[in-house]
Design a protein around this ligand. Sequence first.
Ligand SMILES: Cc1cc2nc3c(=O)[nH]c(=O)nc-3n(C[C@H](O)[C@H](O)[C@H](O)COP(=O)(O)OP(=O)(O)OC[C@H]3O[C@@H](n4cnc5c(N)ncnc54)[C@H](O)[C@@H]3O)c2cc1C
Ligand SMILES: *[C@@H]1O[C@H](CO)[C@@H](O)[C@H](O)[C@H]1NC(C)=O
Ligand SMILES: *[C@@H]1O[C@H](CO)[C@@H](O)[C@H](O)[C@H]1NC(C)=O
Ligand SMILES: *[C@@H]1O[C@H](CO)[C@@H](O)[C@H](O)[C@H]1NC(C)=O
Ligand SMILES: *[C@@H]1O[C@H](CO)[C@@H](O)[C@H](O)[C@H]1NC(C)=O
Ligand SMILES: *[C@@H]1O[C@H](CO)[C@@H](O)[C@H](O)[C@H]1NC(C)=O
Ligand SMILES: *[C@@H]1O[C@H](CO)[C@@H](O)[C@H](O)[C@H]1NC(C)=O
Length: 414
Amino acid sequence: MSKEDKPTVLIVGAGLGGLMLGALLEKSGVPYTIFERSAAVKPLGSAMVLGPTLLPVFEQLGIYDELLAIGKYLPQTLTYKESLQPMPPLDLTPVEEFTGYGNYTVSRPMFYDLILKQVPPHKVQFGHRVLNITEEDNKAVVHLSNNTIFVGDIIVGADGAYSAVRQRMYEQLRVKGELPKADQEDLPFSCTCLVGQTGVLDPEKFPIVALPKCLFNSVHGQEKPFSWHTFNTAQGTICWMVLEHLSKKSSKAAMEQRFRDTNNSEWGDNPAQAMCNETRTFPLPLEGGKTGTLGDLYDATPKEYISKVMLEEKVFKTWHHRRFVLLGDGAVTAMHDAIALANLLYAMPTKTSSEITTVFEEYHKERYPAVMESYNNSKQLAKIFDTGIEGTIVNYLTTHMPTWLWRQVGTSSP
Ligand SMILES: Cc1cc2nc3c(=O)[nH]c(=O)nc-3n(C[C@H](O)[C@H](O)[C@H](O)COP(=O)(O)OP(=O)(O)OC[C@H]3O[C@@H](n4cnc5c(N)ncnc54)[C@H](O)[C@@H]3O)c2cc1C
Ligand SMILES: *[C@@H]1O[C@H](CO)[C@@H](O)[C@H](O)[C@H]1NC(C)=O
Ligand SMILES: *[C@@H]1O[C@H](CO)[C@@H](O)[C@H](O)[C@H]1NC(C)=O
Ligand SMILES: *[C@@H]1O[C@H](CO)[C@@H](O)[C@H](O)[C@H]1NC(C)=O
Ligand SMILES: *[C@@H]1O[C@H](CO)[C@@H](O)[C@H](O)[C@H]1NC(C)=O
Ligand SMILES: *[C@@H]1O[C@H](CO)[C@@H](O)[C@H](O)[C@H]1NC(C)=O
Ligand SMILES: *[C@@H]1O[C@H](CO)[C@@H](O)[C@H](O)[C@H]1NC(C)=O
C-alpha cells in the first residue's frame, strides 16, 4: 500500500483513547493529527489497572519494560466496612473472570505521560476545540474554534463522554430520522468521583506504601452513599478515589449543577474542595496496624491535582456515520477500541467512502459485543455485591460496586 492510499485520520481528543490510537498509527505509518481543546495536560486522576489482554500492545509499541517499571503488581483486592472490619468473604470469581486479574496498577498521570511520549509533539494540536464536523467532496472536515478547518479522510471522536463529535454526528442522524431512540436520551450519571494522587509518603505514617505489592483497598460507607478506594504505587504514593453513588434525584441535581458550572465533565476547584471537606473524616486502613482518614490523603495531595469527575453509565448503539467514528468511553475500553481501529485502518485497501463504511462496520461488529459483555458483567457483578452483603449499605448503594469502576479500572476483556 502506498502512502497516498492510506487515509488521513483526524483524531479529536488527546485522552488515553486518542493518544493510544495516535501511537499505533504512528507505528504503522498512517498519517494523522490529534486536536485537543486543553492548552496543556494536567496530571489528573488516580490509578488504572492493566491486565493481560492489554499488555501485549505495549510490547508492540516497544514500551513494555517502561510500563512495568512504573507499574506495581496487583495480586489482590480487599474490601472493608466503614468500621474497617474486612467484609465477609465474597465470591470474587466473576471479578477474576472479567478483569483477568488486572495484573499491574499504574498511576494514571504517569501512564498518560508514557503514552503521550509515543506521539511526536507536532502531531498533537493543543488548545484547539473541535466545534463541528462535516463531509464535503468526499473529505472529512473538522471545524476548529479558531475558525480554521482541517481536511482528512476520517474523523475519530475520542473526545470523552460528552463528545462533540458524537453530538454533531447524532444531530445529522436525527435530522434524517436515523438515530435510534436509545441514543437520543441523556447520559445517566451514576456517581460523582473525586480522584487524586498523593506525593511520596512517609512509610512510618503510611505503612501501606512500603508493601512490595499493590493492594486495591475499598471501604464502603455505613449509611452513607460513599465508597472510597486506594492503590499504593511503585513511586511510594497513594492513588485514591472517592465515589458518591447517586440516586435518581441526586443524579438529576448533579447534572443540572454540572451544566451550570462548566461545559465539560470536569468540575472546578470549589466542588472538589466541598467534597473533600465532606469526606475528610472517612477512615482508611493503612496496614501495619495503622489507620488514617481520607483527610490525611487530601493533605498529602497537591490541591491542583485533585479533581472531581462525573461518571456516567451508558453504551451508545451508534458508533459511526459516513466518515465519522467514535472510540468508546472508559479508559480500558477506549484503548481496546483504539487497537481494533488502528489495525483495521492499517489494513484498509483503499480510502473510498464505501471502504470506510465497511471498515467502520467491521469495527463495530468486533468491539460492540465485547463492550456490551463487559458492561453486562459489571452490572452482574454489582448485583452479586448487593446480595452478598447484609446490612444497611445495601439500602444506599443500589449499584454497590459501580459499573464504571470495574469498566474503568478493571476490565481487561479484549
Ligand atoms: C480528570 C479525570 C480523571 C480521571 N481519573 C481516572 C482514574 O484515576 N482512573 C481511571 O481508571 N479513570 C479515570 N478517569 C476516566 C478515564 O480515564 C476516562 O474515562 C478515559 O480516559 C476515557 O478516555 P477517553 O480518551 O475516551 O476520554 P477522555 O479521557 O475524557 O479524553 C477526552 C479528551 O478530549 C478532549 N476534548 C473533549 N472535547 C473536545 C473537543 N470538542 N475538541 C477537542 N478536544 C476535546 C478533552 O479535553 C479530553 O482531553 C478520569 C477522567 C478524567 C476526565
Ligand atoms: C496475570 O494474570 C493472569 C490471568 O489472571 C495470569 O495468568 C498471569 O500469570 C498473571 N501474570 C503475572 C505476571 O502475574
Ligand atoms: C454543523 O454543521 C452542519 C452542516 O453544515 C450544520 O447543519 C450544523 O448546524 C452545524 N452545527 C453546529 C453546532 O455548528
Ligand atoms: C488555527 O489552528 C490551526 C491548528 O493549529 C493552525 O494551523 C491555524 O493556522 C490556526 N488559524 C488561525 C487563523 O489562527
Ligand atoms: C459554554 O460553551 C459556550 C459555547 O461554546 C460558551 O459560549 C460558554 O461561555 C461556555 N460556558 C462556560 C461556563 O464555559
Ligand atoms: C472547606 O473547608 C475549609 C476549611 O474549613 C474552608 O476554608 C473552605 O471554605 C471549605 N470549602 C468549601 C468549598 O466548602
Ligand atoms: C447483555 O445484556 C442484554 C440485556 O440484558 C442482552 O440482550 C445482551 O445479549 C447481552 N450481551 C452480551 C454480549 O452479553
